[in-house]
Write a protein that binds this ligand. Structure first.
Ligand SMILES: [Zn+2]
Length: 408
């Protein structure tokens, strides 16, 4: 890093703020922020607390309120903290989300979901990992740099968005439409909203997710008189086997970027049909979970199935971020320097919010060190992961202008 701070000194300075990160994250956990689709009243209360916290620590906060008639305030808040860099040619974005999912069955929680509890190096609470661990880590990474008398290399933008958990219509989707002038095609975009316990994987691509519901119609009859009916469950069995074969045969490609490397087609849910054993069902409903490699036309499986099929969900894969995109290379360099690991670049089966950036033509990478507890009861943040991730962000912010190997 062409700066006066060495990597170990910077890491140490970041680590001094462990308690600040825990306190900050605790404050964030205490205020539920549930979108209306999740039975909540939006993110405004949490956003106000967050904005005040940022201001109390010397930052200016810009508000971008997406109109939404389903919440009391009439808007869903997206907050931006912009920290000027040494050069203004491009920006480094770290985007985290402030909304959370509902706690689910509260009796599954050992501690109250919206009461932060620190125990054995873990901070428990809804939203502790997904996604406020990253928010707190990015914030204190910037703080540590400024305290050391440095400036980030590029303008550094901490973006705290609403509505990630229910589709991002009022969060990053809206930002990229209503305020697209904020984003430059050359910007470096990191979305720390997913990761693995060692922080070894940088996610750059995803498969098309397609959930299908099939309805098989037969004719109900007594179990002893199948000649008078038409057993829909037999139809389900035949169709399942045939679909399974046909889909795998039609989409055989492998791509080593992904784990698993092929498209997947799995029969999953079955709806209850008849309540008793001695009745032939006259109607059956079953589902397929399909994940298609992005090289295929996302609509192609639909051409193979016809008739009584409903599309339950269809998230078309975005164009992948190139494996050698600059944000990926810079992140690899930061991980090598701070953790001495060589991270792997990969694609996942499910959708991530980074896909929204990719669809708009921005190269975005997903990375963080997570125990993968998103949406589970007893969600926690591993405090040492939060600090270690902050060290990675701090490194990323101070890397030299050409350190990512641009124009190599
Ligand atoms: Zn998340």
């Amino acid at each position: 890093m062409p700066t006066t701070v060495t990597v170990p000194a910077l890491a140490q300075r970041v680590a001094l703020h462990e308690k600040d990160m825990v306190d900050f994250l605790s404050g964030l956990i205490r205020i539920p922020a549930l979108g209306p689709k999740n039975g909540g009243d939006g993110e405004m209360k949490k956003a106000r607390w967050l904005a005040k916290y940022c201001e109390d620590h010397g930052f200016k906060v810009e508000w971008f309120n997406a109109p939404c008639k389903d919440v009391t305030d009439g808007v869903r808040p997206n907050l931006l903290v912009r920290v000027p860099g040494k050069v203004h040619t491009r920006a480094l974005w770290i985007m985290s989300h402030i909304d959370v999912v509902p706690p689910g069955n509260e009796s599954d929680w050992k501690t109250p979901p919206f009461e932060p509890v620190l125990k054995d190096g873990r901070l428990y609470g809804r939203g502790s990992e997904d996604d406020c661990q990253s928010l707190a880590a990015a914030f204190w990474a910037v703080k540590a740099i400024l305290e050391s008398g440095e400036k980030p290399t590029f303008d550094t933008n901490l973006l705290f968005v609403a509505d990630e958990e229910t589709g991002s219509e009022f969060g990053i989707q809206w930002m990229l439409k209503a305020h697209k002038d904020l984003f430059g095609k050359d910007d470096l975009i990191l979305v720390p909203d997913g990761g693995d316990p060692k922080g070894e994987y940088i996610e750059v691509a995803e498969k098309t997710l397609l959930w299908l519901r099939f309805t098989v119609h037969g004719k109900q009859a007594h179990g002893s008189m199948p000649n008078l009916g038409n057993n829909s469950t037999r139809g389900v069995a035949q169709l399942t086997v045939e679909l399974d074969k046909a889909l795998h045969a039609r989409f055989p490609a492998k791509d080593k970027l992904f784990m698993p490397p092929e498209s997947t087609f799995e029969p999953t849910k079955r709806e209850a049909n008849v309540p008793n054993v001695n009745t032939l069902p006259g109607k059956d409903v079953f589902y397929f979970d399909t994940r298609l490699l992005p090289k295929y036309d996302p609509d192609a499986p639909l051409k193979l199935v016809k008739d009584d099929v409903d599309v339950v969900q269809h998230d078309k894969a975005a164009p992948p971020t190139p494996v050698d995109a600059e944000i990926v290379r810079r992140l690899q360099a930061a991980l090598k320097a701070t953790r001495r690991v060589k991270p792997k670049v990969w694609g996942v089966g499910g959708g991530t919010v980074a896909a929204i950036f990719r669809r708009h033509g921005y190269a975005a990478a997903v990375w963080s060190t997570y125990d993968e507890l998103a949406h589970q009861p007893n969600e926690y943040c591993v405090v040492k992961n939060m600090v270690a991730d902050a060290q990675v962000y701090a490194h990323l912010m101070l890397q030299g202008e050409s350190e990512g190997g641009r124009g190599r």
